[in-house]
Design a protein around this ligand. Structure first.
Ligand code: IVH
Length: 712
């Protein structure tokens, strides 16, 4: 790094510490201001060349005097060395979601409810609903202290270093127009402008990569990089729209807060307006709806928020959303295309699904070329046939659907599509199960076998690395695996000839398969692909019966004793194990010599005397199941939080009980910690609630976090 700037008067090497400090501060302030003018106001007042010159001078001084390099120095936006995982951090204030509707009638009802509760004349703040990734930024004494993804609204992933690289995020709040508050928690959206997103995708494709599906995934992937230097290379923007918490400033209306955000240097959504009535809301929604396709960013509706802040407090929140705000969404995007062919696909459990193969069409930024037609009855109801023109819809992340047929004059239509009588993969006569068509040849059908192998080896089951879709297909097509048990007979020589395998990878896979004969019972059960038995139910079964043979022999009544299993499920599971073909296949697998691991037996009274309060929804457990579990271990579930509550379990979108717990210092558990507690034999001492920024969690989808595919 050069420490001599040709354009400057003084050689950095001869600067006194005093002079260096002075110049450093001046340059930092000057560069921050230019940054703000360029990235936030889009009105630069210096040339790029001049900016670069100042930047390099600052860099040079900081290299010579590292102690002068401030946390908020403009040179600190380039990213820092990678971390091994993103920490889990508790939000300063819960990040609720928004109630949403597409119906004008709901907007009117929302307005009526608010009018009833309000003592003042009503005013609404109207904003575009940005389709990006929600973030909380916290500033302490004006300095960016942390940035946290929304996560479950209570805790999220700490992405501070990544967020520092976003040029429109102030590293220090501006104080020129308004004093800086002691504490400020801001909510906003990280997003990518469409033009930038397209340019990024072009670069990715040119480098031989797969393009990102949409700007939102791309933005959230970029935010969750472990190496902030990669985030710095992505064109992220941050638009602030809400003050979650402020200490050292106060506002009567959201509008005032919104102005303050501008003064403090944030970029904000454009076209924010105030209105006094529903007509104003409708007009705003209609206008944005018309302009939607011309914007350089994705929006999926508009947000209506009550402007007056004390009335907001009176209205309060449900556990999911505030009662003072509403997302008024647009209709999902629809496109018209033609069905080129209708094919059927055989699923892992034998369900035969008709699939419309479409002339590829772009719906809301994603190319769609197939859409499930679900089953025989759906086909009939929609009356879609090969060659028909159809309307396709995709709402957000939702899988594309065929909405309806578009009538055409003077066109001879194909005959109605008939589901096959024989399984297209194995020729077994199909059976009907309600609206579904099913191939009953569970373990003998190659299509089902391929998918079963893939499932058996999947991460939640036996977790066999290298046993993916391609390998499974080859194993079945070459006749190397005719039933799951054959996997355990595979030899290195069998694999070496397959595509993608050499001596080393073949021996690795053979080893991986062999060693997985020692496996937790719940994984094995899940891997078998018993209908209705996903990872959660498999875990319950293992915990309850503690032996594979006992599960296999269980009566329907025995099965219904297991938490999470009702009459319908018990019937299906019971039938599965009674079927002679399934039985033979299982015997064959077991003959390969398995050893099953079990979870530790619960002590039975490990939670004796402990009081629990639940708030928010749990993902893998219903409220009543959770209650049963606590009670079975001797604990009690009560409805309100007090000082003698031992634990508050906060799931998704928790409500005011969480805040109460935090105020009282009651231990708060998220779903995972709660599960650990009910699955661990000995009782534990509650941990007092504290900002949990020392907890670590791995990001869900690996280093990029983005799902990348150009197609549906
Ligand atoms: S206000 C509790 N304003 O929409 C209300 N949210 O579906 C706080 N969103 O996760 C949110 N644009 O990230 C608000 N102008 C806007 C928004 C907005 C997008 C997101 C937000 C939230 C989601 C709710």
């Amino acid at each position: 790094m050069p420490n001599l700037d040709p354009n400057s008067q003084t050689d950095v090497g001869t600067l006194t510490p005093e002079a260096a400090r002075e110049e450093c501060e001046r340059l930092s302030a000057e560069l921050s201001e230019h940054n703000y003018r360029y990235y936030v106001l889009s009105r630069p007042t210096v040339s790029d060349g001049e900016y670069d010159r100042l930047f390099r001078r600052l860099q040079a001084i900081e290299v010579r005097f590292p102690e002068l390099r401030a946390e908020d120095s403009p040179t600190q936006r380039v990213g820092s060395p990678p971390v091994s995982a993103l920490p889990t951090i508790r939000h300063t204030a819960p990040m609720l979601s928004l109630d949403s509707t597409q119906d004008e009638a709901d907007v009117r009802r929302f307005d009526e409810r608010i009018r009833k509760a309000a003592e003042h004349e009503i005013e609404y703040l109207l904003e575009p609903k940005l389709d990006g990734a929600s973030l909380e930024l916290v500033y302490e004494n004006g300095l960016l202290a942390r940035a946290v993804t929304r996560g479950n609204g209570i805790v999220g992933e700490g992405v501070t270093e990544n967020v520092r690289t976003i040029p429109s995020v102030p590293l220090r709040l501006r104080s020129a127009e308004r004093p800086v508050p002691e504490l400020l928690a801001v909510r906003g959206e990280a997003l990518m402008y469409l033009s930038e997103f397209e340019a990024l995708n072009e670069r990715v494709v040119n480098m031989g990569g797969e393009p990102y599906v949409n700007p939102r995934n791309s933005a959230s992937g970029a935010l969750r990089q472990l190496d902030s230097r990669s985030t710095a290379e992505r064109p992220l923007e941050f638009l602030a729209y809400d003050i979650l918490l402020v200490r050292g400033a106060s506002f009567e209306t959201d509008w005032e807060g919104f102005q303050a955000l501008g003064d403090w240097g944030f970029k904000r959504p454009e076209r924010v307006e105030l209105t006094r009535d529903v007509d104003g809301i409708l007009a705003y929604h209609a206008a944005f709806g018309r302009d939607r396709d011309d914007l350089d960013y994705e929006i999926d509706g508009v947000v209506v928020k009550l402007n007056h802040l004390t009335t907001r407090v009176d209205l309060g929140s449900t556990s999911h959303h505030p009662r003072w705000a509403l997302a008024f969404k647009f209709e999902p995007r629809k496109e018209v295309t033609r069905i080129e062919r209708i094919a059927v696909s055989v699923g892992r459990t034998g369900k035969i699904t008709p699939v419309a193969l479409l002339r590829p069409v772009e719906v809301g930024g994603v190319t769609v070329s197939r859409a499930s037609l679900h089953n025989r009855e759906e086909l009939l109801r929609k009356d879609v046939r090969e060659g028909d023109l159809v309307r396709i819809q995709r709402a957000g992340d939702v899988i594309p659907q065929v909405v309806e047929r578009v009538a055409e004059d003077a066109r001879t239509r194909a005959a109605p599509f008939e589901m096959p009588n024989l399984c297209p993969a194995c020729g077994t006569p199909v059976e009907e199960d309600g609206p579904f068509t099913v191939c009953p040849n569970r373990f003998g059908c190659p299509a089902q076998l391929k998918r079963s192998i893939e499932h058996f080896g999947s991460r939640g089951a036996l977790d066999i690395e290298g046993l993916g879709e391609e390998t499974a297909t080859q194993l079945v097509e070459r006749g190397l695996v005719r039933e799951l048990a054959n996997l355990f007979d595979l030899k290195i020589e069998d694999l070496v000839g397959l595509e993608g395998f050499a001596e080393k990878s073949a021996s690795k896979l053979v080893d991986a398969i062999r060693t997985r004969r020692k496996v937790e019972l719940r994984r094995f059960l899940h891997g078998l692909g018993v209908p209705e038995v996903g990872a959660t139910v498999a875990g319950e079964l293992a915990r309850h019966f503690r032996s594979f043979e006992r599960i296999r022999e269980a009566s329907r009544e025995d099965l219904e004793d297991v938490s999470g299993i009702g009459p319908k499920m018990s019937e299906v599971i019971h039938e599965f194990f009674r079927d002679p073909r399934n039985s033979a296949a299982i015997d064959a697998i077991l003959s390969k010599g398995f050893e099953f691991g079990l979870p530790p037996a619960p002590a039975g009274d490990s939670l004796a005397g402990k009081k629990f309060v639940f708030t928010g929804g749990l993902d893998g457990l219903s409220r009543s199941e959770a209650k049963k579990r606590v009670e079975s271990l001797g604990g009690r579930v009560v409805s309100s939080v007090s000082r003698d509550t031992d634990y508050v379990v906060a799931g998704n979108d928790p409500g005011s009980k969480l805040t109460k717990a935090q105020e009282l210092g009651v231990a708060v558990l998220d779903e995972n910690s709660f599960r650990e507690l009910i699955e661990t034999p000995s009782s534990r001492t509650p941990v007092r609630a504290e900002p949990a920024d020392d907890m670590t969690a791995a990001p869900e989808d690996g280093p990029t976090g983005a799902s990348r595919s150009g197609h549906d």
